[in-house]
Design a protein around this ligand. Sequence first.
Ligand SMILES: Cc1cc2nc3c(=O)[nH]c(=O)nc-3n(C[C@H](O)[C@H](O)[C@H](O)COP(=O)(O)OP(=O)(O)OC[C@H]3O[C@@H](n4cnc5c(N)ncnc54)[C@H](O)[C@@H]3O)c2cc1C
Length: 419
Amino acid sequence: MTIARGKTIAVIGAGLIGVTLARRLQRDGCRVVLFDPDQPGMGCSFGNAGYVATDEILPLSHGISFSEVLKMLPDPLAPLTIRWRQIFSLIPWFLKFLAASRPKQAAKSAAALAALQKGSLAAWNKLIREEGLSQMVRRNGAMLVFESEAGFARESVKFPFLDQHNVKYEVLTGGQAREMIPELGPKVTNAIFYPRGFHVRDPLAVTRKIFDHFITAGGEYSAEKVTSFDHRGGLLKGLVTGQGRRQADAAVLCAGHQSGELMRLIGIKAPLVAERGYHVVVDHKPLSFDMCLGSHERGFFITPMEDGLRLAGTVEFSPAGKELPANWKRADILAHHLEELMPGVAGAETSRWMGCRPTLPDFLPALGPAPGLENLYLSFGHQHLGLTLAPVCAEILSDLIAEGKTALDISPFDIKRFQ
Ligand SMILES: Cc1cc2nc3c(=O)[nH]c(=O)nc-3n(C[C@H](O)[C@H](O)[C@H](O)COP(=O)(O)OP(=O)(O)OC[C@H]3O[C@@H](n4cnc5c(N)ncnc54)[C@H](O)[C@@H]3O)c2cc1C
């Protein structure tokens, strides 16, 4: 179905995914109303590591076996763990994850993510140009460091796939990594440098700037929670919020880890999990580097940001859509990790945060039309890559809504894969 330019599109959720899409649709000639009971950018999009990882073409589930996951889960402070009290509600997700990790299925997911990422650097460049974001990004590459030859050897299995997709990367010894970043301590044995990687110095400021442009150009923001859909005969007629019915010619669901709730109301299963991540921001000594740096073994990133050094990452599997208390011990450990990798760099902690990555079992987003409702579209489940994928997903959906087609085959992202 195509929605004529000038029609009203409702975007549900004002995270980076929803805000970027709202602005794209507006630029492409639609009237857009953005719904979110919270201030824009305050969900998961607030606290990420700021890494625009357009060369990350393998889903995170790739290269980690189910048995490795099982080994880590019992340790509440491991890079990857689970909220054990919720184990029973998480079992169905893990069973689907297991199915998606089988070699044939995993290869399909990898090809799909690589195809989606192919357009993501160009989409980011366009967004930076159009929204005037160049002062907010640092284009100095990104580095992944290793503390064991074994860890590096496991990662290097990915190289043929990266080569096949023209990803640019440089393999470094520990010494070469220290020459580039003298703050790195002796524990680093190997590194991979991604010259095209870049980072944003304040993820919230990026979302807010795009949002401000959206409002200035006539976009509408409604601080309401969407509670259900008004639909008849396979067509969406409007949205229902706590304050009544809102007319819309089409809608896009971008509610992050809370998207499953609304999907259930129209009889569609969206097996989302909340992969909870943490960040702490610390003061620091003057730095010789301004790039995002990831630790393979410790599962977190170190990113120089406007307000200090942000240490962000780790995974704690938890049910999606639920407010559960944070386990701040997982944030405490991040400062310890920094000290192990970069001794003496950190000063006092200035803030901490926990947020929920919206993740489907195959680590691919849901992108495209919703089954059964011709004019409802989906864009959620961007897991570890929502900042990176926001512009390319916005372009794809805007094309789909206005033209009824996209250049990319989006069938791998169809939510029907889980029905
Ligand atoms: C620790 C950590 C580090 C990360 N690092 C990176 C990184 O370096 N690079 C990268 O690319 N990605 C990273 N990510 C992932 C990225 O942050 C997420 O994929 C992304 O923020 C998801 O954006 P979103 O807009 O879908 O969700 P959100 O930002 O959570 O926004 C969803 C919005 O929907 C609203 N909403 C929910 N229900 C309703 C409703 N019924 N009606 C109206 N509104 C509703 C919510 O209030 C919320 O504002 C990281 C994530 C974490 C946790």
